[in-house]
Design a protein around this ligand. Structure first.
Ligand SMILES: [Zn+2]
Length: 505
């Protein structure tokens, strides 16, 4: 869905600075500082602008490869990552960090300081989104290029106007920052309150409890901040509900996220039944066929079935406890450097989190893919249903803002043809095939390069290749199962180490 990586890096940088605030390396006069700041904010925006102009020029020439737009989108997201460097320069090089931090009352209400530090970054992001909007709009003013392959029916949606486009991006990104910073602020106030009233011993338990509450409440809040609404009752919803029920996965809701048909994605949020949401974007529903939608949903159910989110939370909490305990140990040997060590602590936790989470998450993605392939194999192995599927069950609500014509989930699904036995020798191969088709289709719709992994996902090519290897070879399956078991043992090992260190005399 919307990637939280940039927000996490920004939060880590600000936490590091507040743990060990110091004057900037350069002490420039205020006017020069401001001029430099504006130049730094505009630098990624102008870079994006020239890249976009080049793309538009290329698109006019014959033989233009639409895959170039995917590379442009990747460049925009890299530039947005680069703005984290701008935050670091602001805090440690220019005097912006110190200047804001020294405002009266900001030590206590650090969220106010953090909000001001974020302003130049958010301005830069808005500039990048504006350039991206300009380029896509010029490239594709009437949605004519929405689907280069006329064989697959995807509606031609005009690229949204600037305002809704910006709103979508802001609503996608701001909630991560706002909710985490707000939770951090409230937690600090609560811990200070407990310490001041002589209840220090409850402070650690209190903060652990608050973190847990945050993990449960975060999905609920994100779903409300993003532009989403429940998947209307109809044949598709009932089918997805039945799929989740088959694997005994309880959830709060299945929701459609409105991305103006720009992002084809699905996700599951929340560690347990009271805050578990399945999200599917409008473009995903429109891009995939019936079996592919089921396969993607089964992938998300796979995440829940294997308790991946719980595993992330446990691993992260254990890691944090280990690093804090070790730092405490080091600090007792070298007293007097508490601020420095606290700041280093955040660097280590942050780096371990960003690289460790990525490794664990990519394994979990493979596991969810494999779960989906096996689920679909089970479906294909059953004899095809004799009666046609149910017809339209719900009437679209015109007040929803999405044109009723663009609501494929209301339409009747054709009776699926039984798998072609000549091309799919086994149900397992057919299951892997439908999941692979869905993945390939998603990369085709976004023009995302097949070989590019992202922070949480392996590359599409790796995912597809592994699926077919697993479907083909029991040996490969056994190896894969062993790999996942090792991952589990690693997480248990972290928890054990954290406990030992916590209760070390
Ligand atoms: Zn996934």
């Amino acid at each position: 869905m919307f990637s939280p990586l940039q927000s996490i890096v920004l939060i880590l940088l600000m936490e590091m600075y507040t743990a060990f605030p110091r004057p900037g390396i350069l002490s420039l006069p205020p006017l020069l500082s401001a001029a430099l700041e504006i130049a730094l904010v505009l630098l990624p925006v102008t870079t994006a602008f020239f890249a976009g102009r080049k793309l538009l020029k290329q698109s006019a020439s014959p033989g233009f490869d639409a895959g170039q737009t995917g590379l442009f989108d990747a460049a925009i997201s890299r530039l947005r990552m680069g703005t984290c460097g701008l935050m670091a320069i602001n805090l440690w090089v220019l005097n912006f960090g110190q200047w804001v931090w020294n405002i009266n009352g900001f030590h206590e209400w650090r969220i106010a300081a953090q909000a001001i530090w974020l302003i130049p970054i958010l301005v830069s992001w808005c500039g990048l989104w504006t350039v991206s909007h300009y380029v896509h709009r010029r490239f594709d003013p009437n949605g004519q290029n929405a689907d280069p392959d006329p064989g697959i029916a995807v509606g031609n949606h005009a690229f949204p106007a600037w305002r809704p486009y910006m709103l979508m991006n802001l609503r996608g990104q701001i909630p991560f920052l706002a909710i985490i910073l707000l939770a951090d602020q409230l937690l600090r106030l609560a811990v200070n309150g407990l310490n001041n009233s002589g209840l220090q011993s409850y402070a650690t338990a209190g903060s652990l409890l608050a973190t847990l509450v945050l993990f449960v409440a975060l999905p609920w809040m994100l779903v409300r901040c993003w532009d989403s609404r429940p998947l209307p009752d109809g044949p598709l919803r009932r089918e997805l509900q039945a799929l989740a029920a088959k694997w005994k996965i309880k959830f709060t809701d299945i929701r459609i996220v409105n991305t103006h048909y720009l992002i084809p994605n699905a996700a599951v949020l929340g560690p347990g039944r009271i805050s578990r949401y399945f999200l599917i974007t409008d473009l995903l529903l429109e891009s995939l066929n019936h079996d592919e939608i089921l396969a993607v949903f089964a992938h998300e159910v796979g995440h829940a079935h294997h308790r991946h989110i719980v595993r992330y939370i446990v691993a992260l909490t254990a890691l944090e406890l280990i690093i804090i305990s070790l730092t405490g140990l080091v600090m007792s040997y070298w007293p007097g450097h508490d601020q420095l060590f606290n700041s280093l602590d955040i660097v280590i936790v942050g780096m371990a989190f960003i690289s460790g989470f990525s490794r664990i998450s990519r394994q979990c993605e493979h596991q969810a893919d494999w779960f989906a392939a096996r689920h679909m194999a089970g479906e294909f192995a059953r004899p095809p249903a004799p009666a046609p599927r149910p017809v339209i069950m719900a009437i679209p609500d015109p007040s929803d803002g999405i044109a009723a014509a663009h609501m494929p989930w209301f339409l009747e699904f054709e009776n699926p043809a039984p798998p072609d036995q000549s091309t799919s020798p086994t149900p397992l191969m057919a299951g892997a095939g439908v999941m692979a088709d869905a993945l390939m289709r998603l990369s085709e719709v976004t023009h995302r390069p097949l070989d590019k992994p992202d922070w949480m996902h392996p590359s599409i090519r790796d995912r597809v290749n592994l699926l077919f290897r697993l479907a083909n070879s029991p040996d490969e399956c056994a190896r894969f199962e062993r790999r996942m078991k090792r991952l589990n043992k690693f997480v248990y090992g972290l928890v054990l180490l954290a406990m030992v260190l916590m209760f070390w005399p």
